[in-house]
Design a protein around this ligand. Structure first.
Ligand code: BGC
Length: 837
C-alpha cells in the first residue's frame, strides 16, 4: 500500500503558505486498510521530523515543529497495510512564505502623480534593472490594485487578477512565485504593471469606485537563496504611458498597441497599514479555451459565438496597420431580435450604465497580439467592430477561474439532467475568482447567501476546503462590531441601502453553515476552531434579536408568551425571488423583517452551533444552544398557527422550509406534507420555491416518496431546473425565466441532491461513506464518481427490467455502509461492490 494525492492543508505542494503546524494529508492506494504510517520531513539542514511508525488508519498528520519563514519541507510518507507490510515512500513538499512583518525589506511604491478621486488613470509601469547570480529564487509580491510582473520579458506565474480580492484595508494576500528559471546570471530586468482592480476600480452592481483606497500601490521582494536581491523602493523607474490606457474589472480595457512605457519618472514610496499575509488558497488562472463561430445579426453586426457562457477574456493576433481599431463588447445572450445585448447583465442609473465589459484596441503596424490582462467578463458572445482584416481563428476565448481540483464525474440516462449538471459545473467555475460570486457580470459580489446555498454542491464539484477557508476569513474580516455578518464579503461596492440587509437569514448564516459543511465533507475541525469566535458572536447577535421589534415590523398575530422566541427584527430578504405568480415582489419585502424565515433560520443556526460546540467540547455553549433551539422551535410552531403564517398555503417555500429544518410538531408535519402535495398539484408540479428553499425541496419530497422528488426534478417546464437546459443554456440562470443574469450558480445547488441521493454518495466521518442510492423517475441508470478527501468513491445503479443493479467502489482504507432502497444494508470495505434488488 502506498500514499497518493499528497496534500498540505488541502493544497498540492503549496509554496508560500503561512500556516503553522500544517496538516499533511494523503489517500491510500492498492491495499484494503492502512494500519500504520510514517512520515519523515526534511529541510535544507536535515531531518526536522521523523514520526517513526505510528499505528492508525488516519490519512492525515499534523506537522509538529515550528516553521520559520521560507522554510522548505520535503515530506515523505509510507504506509503499512492490513498485513502489516510497509509500502513504498511517496513524496510531497511545502514551503513557507514570509511569516513576520520584519521579513519584508521592500517598500510599497506607487505612481508619482496626485490622485483625484474622480479621475481614472492608465496602468502604472515600474521597472528596475538588477544583477543576479543563479540559484533558487522567489518573488514575494502583492498590490493594492492588480499587478502583473515580468522578469526578462517572461511573465511571473499564472495568477490572473493577482493578488485576488480581500478587504485590502484589513487583509492583503501576497503571492510567492518560484522565479528561478526566469533569472539569468548577470543583468536582469523586472517590470511590474499595476491596475486599479477592485481596490479603486468599479465594484458591485453600481460600479462604485475607490472602495478600498485611492492610491494603488505594489510591494515586491525578490530573493535568491533566501536573501533579498531586489526590493521595491524609490529607485524603481516609473511611468504611466504604456499601452494599457484604461483598465477596469467591470468596464474593460482601452489599449494602444503603438505605445511603450518610457519610464521617465521615479516610483513614489508610500505605505500600507496592513502586513501582507499568505492566501493559503489556489490561484485564479486560465482554464478552457474556445474558438468562435461567426454570426451576422439581422442588424448586420458581427458577433463571435463561443458556444459556452464563461467568465474570462479573449485573445487575438492580427496583422494590421497602425491606427486600425478593434472594438469588442462581451455579453451572455442575443436579444429577441437576434441582436447582441448586454441589457440582462447591466444596472443603469442616471449617471452610469455598468458593467460595460468592453475592449478597445488600437493597432500598431504589423503583428498585434492582445489579451485582456486586468479584467474578466461574463460572456458567450463578443460583438466585434474593426476596420482591420481578421479571420475567425485569430480569436480565442479563455475561461478564467480559481484553479480548484475538479472532483466529480456524473452521468445518467436523462440527457437534460446531464446538461443541467454540466451547466452547474460551468456556473460554478465562472463564479469562483478568489471569491465565490453571484455572477461574473453584473455584481461580481461575494454574496454570502449564494455561497451558503451552493457550498454542499461545491464540495462535490471541487476540492473546496482551501477556497472556502479563504472566504470564511473574508466574512470574518467584515464582521460588524455587534457580531452581525455582512450579506456580502469582502465588503466593498455595497450601496448604502444594502447595508441594512446585513444579517439576512440564509445569507449571513454562511459564517456558520459554510464552515460546518466544510467540516463534514473534509473532516476539517480546524476551520471550526478558527471560526468559532466569529460564529459565536454572530449567533449571540441573532439571539439578541429574538423578541425585538423593528420600526417596520408588522404584527405576527402570535400569542404574547411566545413573542420572545420570534425574530421580527431587522431588514432581510426573506425567501426571495419566488416565481412571480407565486409571490409578486413588493418593496415592503425589502424593508421589513421576515419573521417566518428569520425565526426558522435561527433554529437552524442554533442546531448547527450546538453540534459545532459539541465537537469542540464546549459543553456550556452546546447546552445553551440546544435549549434555545428547542424554545425558538416552539415559537415557530406557534407562528405557524397564526393566520398570516399559516401552513394552509400554496407557497411551497413556507412548507418546504419547516419540513426540511424539522421545525414542526408531529401533527403540523403531517399537515404540511399533505399541503405541500396540494400546493404542487395547484402549480402543475412546477417549482414554486425561491432563493432559499429551492435546494431543500427534493430532500423533503424524497422523504415523503422518492417518486415525488423525481417528478419535480424531471419537469421540463418553467419554473423548473430542466427548463433552462432544454432552452439551450450552457450555465445556470438567475431567474427561472432567464430574463436576467445567465450565470448564477445558486439554483444548481440541486446537484447536491443528484450526487448525494440519486447516486447516493455521502461522506460520513473519517474514512467512511454512506452509499444510499435512490433510483427513480424515468431514469434507467445514474452513476457518479467523487474524488472525496478520503479517496475516489463511486456509486451507480442501473435498472434491468424489475431488477436494479447497484455497483460502486470504495477507496482503499475506507469503509461504507451501503443502504439499498428496499431496506437492506451492507457494510463494505475497500474495493468494488455489486448488489441487486
Ligand atoms: C444577487 C444575488 C443575491 C441577491 C440578494 C442579487 O442581486 O445577484 O445572487 O444573493 O441579490 O438578494
Amino acid at each position: 500500500m502506498h500514499a497518493v494525492r499528497l496534500q498540505t492543508e488541502y493544497l498540492t505542494n503549496p509554496m508560500g503558505i503561512d500556516i503553522q503546524n500544517p496538516r499533511l494529508m494523503w489517500n491510500c492506494e492498492s491495499g484494503i486498510r492502512q494500519t500504520a504510517w510514517e512520515i519523515i520531513c526534511r529541510n535544507s539542514s536535515g531531518v526536522t521530523w521523523d514520526s517513526k511508525k505510528v499505528e492508525g488508519s488516519s490519512m492525515r498528520a499534523v506537522y509538529p515543529r515550528e516553521l520559520s519563514s521560507r522554510e522548505q519541507i520535503t515530506w515523505k510518507v509510507r504506509l503499512w497495510d492490513e498485513n502489516d507490510i510497509p509500502g513504498e515512500w511517496s513524496e510531497g513538499t511545502f514551503e513557507m512564505g514570509l511569516l513576520k512583518a520584519s521579513d519584508w525589506k521592500a517598500q510599497w511604491i506607487s505612481g508619482d502623480y496626485r490622485v483625484r478621486r474622480k479621475n481614472r488613470y492608465p496602468v502604472d509601469c515600474f521597472r528596475k534593472t538588477f544583477k543576479a547570480m543563479t540559484g533558487s529564487a522567489r518573488l514575494y509580491i502583492t498590490a493594492c490594485g492588480l499587478y502583473e510582473a515580468v522578469i526578462n520579458g517572461r511573465r511571473v506565474g499564472d495568477f490572473v487578477l493577482a493578488p485576488g480580492h480581500t478587504d485590502y484595508r484589513k487583509r492583503i494576500q501576497y503571492q510567492t512565485y518560484d522565479v528561478t528559471d526566469l533569472l539569468v546570471p548577470g543583468i536582469n530586468v523586472m517590470e511590474i504593471e499595476l491596475a486599479d482592480g477592485w481596490y479603486r476600480g468599479s465594484c458591485g452592481a453600481w460600479g462604485l469606485r475607490n472602495q478600498y483606497g485611492t492610491r494603488t500601490k505594489v510591494i515586491a521582494q525578490l530573493e535568491a537563496d533566501g536573501q533579498a536581491i531586489l526590493v521595491t523602493d524609490s529607485s524603481w523607474e516609473w511611468s504611466n504611458d504604456g499601452p494599457i490606457r484604461f483598465a477596469d474589472n467591470q468596464d474593460g480595457e482601452v489599449v494602444d498597441g503603438r505605445m511603450t512605457p518610457g519610464y521617465g519618472g521615479k516610483a513614489a514610496v508610500t505605505s500600507h497599514p496592513v502586513t501582507p499575509s499568505a492566501s493559503n488558497n489556489v490561484p485564479v488562472s486560465e482554464g478552457e479555451h474556445f474558438s468562435p463561430d461567426i454570426l451576422t445579426t439581422p442588424g448586420g453586426k458581427t458577433v463571435l459565438d463561443f458556444h459556452q457562457n464563461i467568465a474570462g477574456y479573449l485573445e487575438f493576433t492580427l496583422n494590421a496597420n497602425a491606427g486600425q481599431r478593434v472594438f469588442l463588447r462581451f455579453g451572455e445572450v442575443l436579444d429577441e431580435n437576434g441582436e447582441f445585448t448586454q441589457k440582462n447583465i447591466q444596472c443603469a442609473s442616471k449617471k452610469r450604465v455598468t458593467p460595460l465589459q468592453q475592449v478597445e484596441y488600437i493597432c500598431k503596424e504589423g503583428k498585434n497580439y492582445y489579451k485582456t490582462r486586468f479584467a474578466i467578463f461574463g460572456f458567450q458572445y463578443a460583438l466585434l467592430e474593426t476596420d482591420a482584416d481578421w479571420r475567425p481563428e485569430d480569436f480565442t476565448a479563455i475561461a478564467v477561474h480559481s484553479a480548484m481540483e475538479e472532483t466529480l464525474d456524473f452521468s445518467c440516462s436523462h440527457e437534460l439532467i446531464n446538461r443541467f449538471a454540466k451547466n452547474t459545473l460551468w456556473s460554478a467555475r465562472n463564479n469562483h475568482a478568489d471569491v465565490p460570486t453571484d455572477c461574473p457580470t453584473r455584481e461580481r459580489h461575494g454574496w454570502t447567501g449564494d455561497a451558503e446555498i451552493f457550498v454542499g454542491t461545491a464540495c462535490y464539484l471541487f476540492n473546496y476546503d482551501a477556497f472556502a477557508g479563504k472566504y470564511v476569513r473574508d466574512m470574518q474580516d467584515s464582521q460588524r462590531r455587534n457580531g452581525n455578518i455582512r450579506q456580502i464579503s469582502p465588503v466593498g461596492g455595497i450601496d448604502f441601502y444594502m447595508n441594512t440587509m446585513d444579517g439576512s437569514a440564509g445569507w449571513s448564516d454562511a459564517i456558520v453553515l459554510i464552515p460546518y459543511r466544510i467540516w463534514k465533507m473534509y473532516g476539517d475541525d480546524k476551520i471550526l476552531e478558527t471560526t468559532y469566535p466569529s460564529m459565536r458572536r454572530y449567533t449571540e447577535y441573532k439571539i439578541r434579536s429574538l423578541g425585538k421589534w423593528y420600526r417596520t415590523s408588522k404584527p405576527t398575530g402570535i400569542e404574547r408568551g411566545y413573542r420572545r422566541y420570534i425574530s421580527n427584527y431587522g431588514q432581510s430578504y426573506g425567501e426571495w425571488s419566488e416565481p412571480i405568480d407565486v409571490k409578486p415582489f413588493r418593496t415592503s419585502d425589502f424593508i421589513s423583517p421576515h419573521p417566518e424565515e428569520t425565526t426558522a433560520y435561527i433554529v437552524y443556526l442554533l442546531e448547527h452551533m450546538g453540534q459545532i460546540a459539541e465537537a469542540l467540547h464546549l459543553t456550556e455553549d452546546q447546552e445553551r444552544y440546544a435549549f434555545l433551539a428547542g424554545e425558538v422551535r416552539k415559537g415557530y410552531q406557534k407562528l405557524s398557527e397564526t393566520r398570516k403564517y399559516t401552513l394552509d398555503t400554496d407557497r411551497q417555500a413556507r412548507l418546504v422550509r419547516p419540513l426540511y429544518m424539522r421545525l414542526l410538531n408531529e401533527e403540523q408535519t403531517a399537515y404540511a406534507k399533505d399541503r405541500l402535495l396540494q400546493a404542487l398539484d395547484h402549480y402543475h408540479w412546477h417549482l414554486g420555491t425561491g432563493f432559499l428553499s429551492t435546494p431543500f425541496i427534493l430532500p423533503v419530497l424524497q422523504d415523503m416518496n422518492p417518486g415525488y422528488a423525481y417528478r419535480l426534478l424531471e419537469n421540463e417546464e418553467c419554473p423548473g431546473w430542466l427548463y433552462m437546459a432544454k432552452a439551450g443554456a450552457t450555465t445556470v440562470w438567475e431567474g427561472w425565466e432567464g430574463h436576467d443574469s445567465h450565470n448564477h450558480y445558486s439554483k444548481g445547488a440541486v446537484c447536491e441532491w443528484i450526487i448525494s441521493q440519486m447516486c447516493g454518495i455521502q461522506v460520513s466521518g473519517e474514512n467512511h461513506f454512506i452509499i444510499a442510492p435512490v433510483p427513480g423517475g424515468s431514469l434507467s441508470y445514474a452513476r457518479a464518481s467523487y474524488r472525496s478527501v478520503y479517496g475516489e468513491v463511486e456509486s451507480g445503479w442501473e435498472r434491468n427490467g424489475e431488477r436494479t443493479v447497484f455497483t460502486g467502489k470504495i477507496p482503499s482504507n475506507c469503509t461504507a455502509c451501503v443502504r439499498l432502497p428496499g431496506g437492506k444494508e451492507y457494510t463494505v470495505g475497500a474495493g468494488t461492490f455489486n448488489f441487486e434488488e
